[in-house]
Design a protein around this ligand. Sequence first.
Ligand code: GDP
Length: 418
Amino acid sequence: GSTPTKGGPVSPSPLRIFSQAKKKMNEIFIELDAQVKESTAFLKRISQGVVPVNLETVDHVEKQYSKIKGITEMVARDHMKVVFFGRTSNGKSTVINAMLRDKILPSGIGHTTSCFIQVEGTDEPEGYAQTEGSDEKFGVSSVANLSHALNQGHLGEESLVRLHWPKNKCFLLREDVVLVDSPGIDVTPDTDIWIDKYCLDADVFVLVANSESTLMQAEKNFFHKVSTRLSKPNVFILNNRWDASANEPEFMDEVRRQHLDRNLEFLTKELGVISNQQALERVYFVSAKEVLMTAQKKQQNAIVNPGAFPDGYLMRMQDFDTFERKFQECLSKSAVRTKFEHHTQQGRKIAHEMRNLLEEVYEQSNLTRALQEEDRLRQESLFHLKTTHFESMSVDFKEKIDALSRKAGQEIIAGFKE
Ligand code: GDP
């Protein structure tokens, strides 16, 4: 039995792969840290004794200590990052809100996202925003507040506002997911800066498309550019506003098939980032607006009546649910690989170096011991030599005496006889 958690899906979620790996990584580095500390103390101790330990060696080991500290701090900051792209008004902000189960980002007319907004978790009880390059915190207890903060100053489209939102309100934020909303992809011809600033460390991209129209060339071009910079980016396509299709039920299946074919073609052939089979898990038909409304109703403990929504509501909800699951799997696996592979290599290198160092010291001490032993043996054998010499001398002496006495005795007997 899993229990529902506030602000998100029931646990355990595939995102746990990341938190578990992070925990493990932390434990390994704590252990490595303890080993290095112990080794340093050991080396210092013996360097004052008989084993000649190079002071440089001790110094080197101590340096590993600060390296480990740096990596541990990085591990603590590591997160999973997802960036949302798409044309203005396709519903990027609404999708993010739906995923966070709360109306956090302003959306709709007059709230066009004109810069990048990064939503990340904070342990503080109230949310706040920060603009790029400034430590000033804007209180954003409400969406209206945030819109106000966003309109302060003249933020360029490639600038960033970081929105720190209480972790206890959202499941994804609790699990170290960072979500980035972007300005409409149709607003700028030059997305190179966007890619440099926001995409190179992204684990997953979500293209929020409008199911009422086909993918725009600008949307496609952007991902072509991304895939020249990143090898095989993970791209999901959300055909949003699918609730609108209920207005024309006679075309629904046909439209869906067309979108699906084109989306699959784009992912597998044009971008070439994924196989046909896998691509089926990357395309969804959803209504972010309905997901968000449903979540809000549930939070107010209101009854959700599927009949109150356009036809196909449950299917769209189901599709969003599947999307979230596949998205979380992909995100956590990718983040573990991209974020932790490097740390693992570094950790391994440190452990390897430590082992070599200690082995060197061990060999050195063995050598010293062998020399001492040899010395001891040499001394011992000298003594041995002396005693055996003495012994053999004394045997000789005894024999001589015996011989002498025998001779003497014989002579005496002979004397009697005479
Ligand atoms: P953005 O510019 O891509 O961030 O788009 P927004 O999230 O601001 O959405 C633009 C408008 O579309 C808003 O009025 C939303 O309420 C509406 N919208 C978003 N998602 C859906 C959806 O799934 N269905 C419908 N019918 N409207 C939506």
